[in-house]
Design a protein around this ligand. Structure first.
Ligand code: F6P
Length: 319
């Protein structure tokens, strides 16, 4: 095989650099020329590609963000943009493209695939919202960041005898709230996948308060509703002074943790090994602890299941 290229796309996530490093170094090991595309699909349309070598990816495994840059490209959503991108791949003589990003980025990869380009997707998003893989790279670092932030919030909430509604990211997926909720001992989580009853939540808070409890943490996934309205209603129902903390973009940055670095290295490396020997478009993922390759279209059509068993564990343990 001749040349491959890698781009990072959509919202950045811790582990993007570790993926770029693994892809570039494995390509060199396989004797394949490798290009980095700057700023995701935007750079592909504009022909903003650079040849990568061993040194281009030195000293980045531990860094958050992406050295290639990323974007949410409106232009690439059009047929015109996609054809321009394909033309660029032809000009550079690139046979296969690796797309590291979330759901939207992989849908973009699928569009290229329909035009006959072989693409390999690597799941990289803090949201963990892709059904075909157990975990996406970036998720574990993001939930560790949320857990650490909640430890701080819990201290001040406890001191004042207050409640705090902590809003986390995740788009339409409640996994950040769910996993960080268990790890933080949060009293409640609100997720877009399940309805919630504020009367029940208020009752739980009052029972806890009557027992001597001085804090109540509600983690609200951004897709679950307006956190300020939820806090206002909760305060009205309980009489407990209730604050709101929007964690925002701190969840996207920072040095990837050990799981994300290992997943990034394993998936990035396997992606290159696989495309060197196989045709067609695929997505790499992790199933039951093993890195596996899936058909791209099937991967994108796999529905993400919400883990009610984990929600049950949170409800049983956080009283
Ligand atoms: O997909 C990652 C994510 O951080 C979501 O959790 C969030 O809804 C969205 O991206 C925010 O996107 P942007 O960076 O465009 O504001």
């Amino acid at each position: 095989m001749g040349k491959i290229a890698i781009l990072t796309s959509g919202g950045d996530a811790p582990g993007m650099n570790a993926v770029i490093r693994a892809v570039v170094r494995t390509a060199i090991y396989k004797g394949v020329e490798v290009y980095g595309v700057k700023n995701g699909y935007e750079g592909l349309i504009d022909g903003n590609l650079i040849e990568m070598n061993e040194s281009s990816v030195a000293d980045i495994i531990h860094r958050g963000g992406t050295i290639l840059g990323t974007s949410r490209s409106e232009r690439f959503m059009t047929e015109e943009g996609q054809l321009k991108a394909i033309n660029i791949l032809e000009i550079f003589g690139i046979d296969k493209l690796i797309v590291a990003g979330g759901d939207g980025s992989m849908k973009g990869a699928m569009a290229l695939s329909k035009h006959g380009i072989d693409v390999m997707g690597i799941p990289l998003t803090i949201d963990n919202d892709m059904g075909y893989t157990d975990y996406t790279i970036g998720f574990f670092t993001a939930i560790t960041t949320v857990m650490d932030a909640i430890s701080h919030i819990r201290d001040t909430t406890e001191s004042h005898g207050r409640a705090n509604v902590v809003e986390v990211m995740g788009r339409n997926c409640g996994d950040i709230a769910l996993y960080a909720g268990i790890a933080s001992g949060a009293e409640n989580i609100l997720v877009p996948e399940r309805e919630f009853d504020l009367d029940e939540i208020a009752k739980k808070a009052l029972v806890g308060k009557n027992r001597g409890k001085r804090h109540h943490i509600i983690i609200a996934a951004e897709g679950a509703g307006n956190s300020f309205e939820i806090a206002e209603k909760f305060e009205e129902l309980t009489g407990i002074d209730t604050k709101v903390t929007i964690l925002g973009y701190i969840q996207r940055g920072g040095s990837p943790n050990v799981s994300d670095r290992i997943m990034a290295s394993a998936m990035g490396s396997k992606a290159v090994e696989f495309i060197c020997d196989n045709e067609g478009s695929h997505a790499i993922g992790i199933k039951d602890g093993t890195v596996e390759v899936f058909d791209l279209e099937e991967a994108l059509n796999t529905k993400k299941e919400f883990k009610d068993d984990l929600k049950h564990i949170l409800e049983v343990t956080s009283i």
